[in-house]
Design a protein around this ligand. Structure first.
Ligand SMILES: [Zn+2]
Length: 286
């Protein structure tokens, strides 16, 4: 016992005392190492031990991407209707609105990234796995239309379980609608960068998320359409272990580059500047 006490005193003396037990900790689901929450926040929620990229809320993503104080949110007040009167849907939406402070799964607006003006669109997976219903689809569409009209690029951080089944066919229609809006933006000669984060799946992958001029992914992000079990059950074959991970998608040409969170902001800034988006609004493309 005395020996234990001696060890504790020595540790304290040497400053090796582990964090106080009441400090909130984040336990990494991949390597199981615990890190103080505050340190995780400072690191952009990336595990310092194994580089696991934890999911971010829309506000956290905007904070580490946009220039400080530059983000101006658009279409904030749009709320989902319940067109099918789907059992429990309206209650679920209300509950999530008060829990997350969001009105729906997509936050969109205008900001600057190291001085370059851009539209920024961020999906928040806390809100029904950021599924795309009529409101998410409409906000995404308006973002591209606004960007086309004002000659701005779009940077979209995607994270979604797909279309919002509680809105039935109306949610599926958003796939075509958002894709058409991307096309309009493209015809206006503007750049669209997608950043696929964990997870980007279903109808979002099958529509606007995959239509970026440049498709970036975060390391080890799950990217796919249908889930592994569904595909294995259909084709009756075992799929590779890294199937649908960002690295697999890069190897197969679906993703253009994998960028760690630490380098994301500077990479986006370089790409924007490379395409002529400096601090001034872009001049007419010749
Ligand atoms: Zn870890």
């Amino acid at each position: 016992m005395l020996e234990d006490l001696f060890k504790t005193v020595t540790k304290r003396f040497n400053g090796e005392e582990p964090a106080e037990p009441d400090v909130p900790m984040f336990k990494c689901p991949r390597c199981s190492v615990s890190t103080p929450q505050q340190k995780m926040t400072d690191l952009g929620k990336v595990c310092p031990n194994c580089k696991y990229h934890a999911r971010l809320t829309a506000a956290e993503r905007i904070a580490i991407t946009a220039d400080k104080g530059s983000f101006e949110e658009f279409y904030h007040d749009m709320c989902s209707a319940d067109p099918l009167e789907f059992p429990g849907y309206a209650e679920k939406v209300t509950e999530l609105q008060s829990k997350t402070g969001l009105n729906d799964a997509v936050v969109t607006g205008k900001c600057t990234i190291k001085g370059s003006s851009t539209m920024l669109l961020v999906m928040d997976s806390r809100f029904m796995m950021a599924s795309m219903g009529s409101v998410a689809g409409e906000k995404i569409t308006r973002t591209f239309e606004y960007a086309a009209e004002h000659k701005l690029p779009v940077v979209a951080f995607t994270a979604s379980g797909g279309a919002r089944m509680q809105e039935g066919i109306i949610s599926l229609m958003q796939m075509a609608k958002t894709s058409a809006a991307v096309q309009k933006h493209n015809e206006a000669g503007q750049l669209y960068i997608t950043v696929m984060t964990d997870p980007t799946t279903g109808g979002v992958t099958a529509s606007f998320a995959s239509l970026g001029d440049i498709i970036i992914a975060e390391p080890k992000a799950l990217i796919g359409f249908a889930g592994r079990r569904v595909i294995e059950g259909t084709i009756r074959q075992h799929l590779p272990d890294d199937f649908q991970l960002a690295e697999f998608q890069l190897e197969h040409g679906y993703v253009d580059m994998i960028v760690s969170r630490r380098k994301m902001r500077s990479t986006l800034s370089h790409l924007l500047k490379l395409h002529g988006y400096t601090a001034e609004p872009k001049k007419e493309v010749l």
